[in-house]
Design a protein around this ligand. Structure first.
Ligand SMILES: [Fe+2]
Ligand SMILES: [Fe+2]
Length: 309
């Protein structure tokens, strides 16, 4: 696959997206560092409405993920930052700071993809009204500091599972590179930092009953929001009413990618005594992405972290 076309000058406002990443390609779960990721989709025409394998279900499923990310990452980083001063270990503090930086850039990059979706005519206002009301007017005020942190442990586990399922399925491999790189980079970093919030929670609280409650809540809320976003998007281009959409959804959730089964089992693992996220065998999926040609070419593309946005 030729990746070279996407690295256009930022001043070139044609219909090709601008994408740059800065940072090492090496995965290092012990030293979490942000890779600066800068993407401008502009008025690109290369990302069509069904950009994942020309399939309405897969495209809207990936789009649904983008809808929940910016607010979700902002919430995660806001809550984690409030607890940073309580961390005694310098090593953990550095990993937490690295995670916060990574999550902030995930939110920023997905916001740009969200703008692209909105420029394609999708109305997201109903989704965001429901999502924000439930998250920030009901659930957050009812939660204690440790409940919120335990909730983020579960969010991170679900993020890791979505990353693993998507990267293993290779559904993004034929997608336009400027869209695929956003998801692949995000998924790779989710796998890289999968243990950080787990370690933070077990340092500051570790209450297993609270973790069980928050994991169940997070599972229902997050899967619920993804389904809501999927329906809101697919109803607008009428793909929701097509048999092929439902068939691919059925295969994705139950028989081929087995999303629901894998996420359910993965969340249950989180509650098992002795479990630690480092035990799951998926680092090579992230390493493969971070050492891949897109990240490498972008990182070697003549800009240094100090000059990047
Ligand atoms: Fe993230
Ligand atoms: Fe994360």
């Amino acid at each position: 696959m030729d990746h070279s076309y996407q690295y256009t000058s930022k001043t070139n406002s044609g219909n090709r997206p601008y994408v740059k990443t800065v940072g090492t390609g090496t995965l290092d779960p012990q030293h979490i560092k942000p890779r600066q990721f800068n993407v401008e989709y502009g008025e690109t025409t290369e990302i069509n409405k069904h950009w994942v394998q020309n399939d309405a279900f897969l495209s809207h499923w990936m789009n649904a993920y983008t809808l929940i990310i910016p607010d979700g990452e902002y919430f995660n980083t806001r809550i984690i930052r409030e607890r940073i001063d309580e961390i005694q270990s310098d090593e953990l503090k550095q990993r937490v700071k690295g995670l916060v930086a990574q999550e902030l850039s995930h939110g920023k990059a997905h916001s740009k993809f969200l703008k692209l979706l909105e420029s394609q005519g999708y109305n997201t206002s109903v989704f965001f009204a429901v999502y924000r009301f439930i998250s920030f007017k009901i659930l957050e005020p009812l939660s204690t500091d440790n409940t919120k942190l335990a909730f983020i442990v579960a969010v991170e586990r679900i993020n890791e599972l979505i990353s693993e399922i998507t990267l293993k399925s290779k559904v993004l491999d034929d997608a336009p590179a400027s869209a695929a790189i956003l998801y692949k980079w995000h998924f790779a970093e989710e796998i890289e930092h999968k243990s950080v919030v787990f370690d933070l929670y077990h340092t500051l609280s570790g209450n297993r009953l609270l973790l069980a409650y928050s994991t169940m809540l997070c599972y229902l809320v997050n899967i619920g929001f993804l389904f809501l976003a999927l329906i809101m998007l697919s109803i607008q281009d009428l793909s929701l009413f097509k048999k092929t959409f439902w068939l691919r959804g059925f295969r994705y959730f139950l028989t081929k990618e087995k999303f629901l089964w894998k996420v359910s089992v993965g969340c249950a693992q989180l509650l098992k005594k002795g479990f630690h996220p480092s035990q799951t065998d998926n680092l090579q999926l992230a390493q493969h992405i971070l050492n891949g040609p897109v990240i490498q070419v972008a990182a070697e593309d003549g800009i240094s972290p100090s000059t990047a946005e």
